[in-house]
Design a binder for this molecule. Structure first.
Ligand code: COA
Length: 180
């Protein structure tokens, strides 16, 4: 369990899937969170995927639910974990009715403490729609900076949009993890 200022991050349990299913079927969230074509996903599909991963966990991914006052409000994690280059990518999605309340940047800061501390990573990267001011704002507040841009790179809501590549390096003094 990882503690932020206002969020808790903990492993995904099977009982969480219904909450995540609602979010994963919100076109507006999925469109922004993923570069894959948004498609409906059934609870049964999510349960089957969960069971497969629980039996044989992927070694290059670590995923959490984001909890606020005992409610699951989203999920986040690190993927493409690469021990050779000591780098990874960060992903996050929060339910729409919880956007813009500071939970995203708190979850991202908490993930970074975990990445740079216990996981001993050196660099965390992500890609985001360049015109998504809320997402870019949350990442800037958490310390990410822009590394570059892919022009007209992804199809979103009727247009080809720029994608911004952002990254953050481990500070010289690795942050301390809060557990709880
Ligand atoms: C991206 C996401 C995780 C951000 O989390 P969040 O809780 O909504 O963001 P926060 O409230 O922590 O931070 C947003 C920041 O951007 C700023 N911001 C700038 N322009 C903004 C805008 N047009 N609307 C809202 N916030 C804006 C806010 O002011 C805030 O900073 P502040 O603390 O100084 O007020 C969340 O909105 C989400 O899940 N979106 C859908 C999925 C997604 O986009 N995932 C990321 C894909 S890379």
């Amino acid at each position: 369990m990882l503690s932020g200022e206002r969020v808790l991050l903990r492993a995904v349990e099977r009982d969480d899937l219904r909450q995540l299913w609602e979010m994963d079927n919100d076109l507006e969230v999925e469109h922004r969170a993923s570069d894959q074509p948004p498609k409906p996903v059934s609870l049964a599909q999510m349960e089957a995927r969960f069971d497969t991963r629980a039996a044989q966990p992927d070694s290059d991914i670590v995923w959490f639910v984001i909890v606020v006052e005992d409610m699951v409000i989203g999920s986040c994690g690190l993927h493409h974990l690469d021990q050779y280059s000591q780098s990874c990518h960060l992903g996050i999605a929060i339910k729409r009715d919880r956007w813009g309340q500071g939970y995203g940047q708190d979850a991202v800061r908490t993930l970074l403490r975990y990445a740079f501390g216990p996981l001993n990573l050196r660099k965390v990267s992500l890609e985001v729609l360049a015109d998504d001011a809320r997402a870019v704002g949350a990442y800037l507040k958490a310390g990410f900076t822009e590394e570059g841009r892919f022009q007209a790179h992804t199809w979103h809501d009727g247009d080809y949009r720029d994608v911004q590549r952002m990254a953050i390096f481990r500070p010289s003094e690795p942050p301390r993890l809060r557990t709880g």
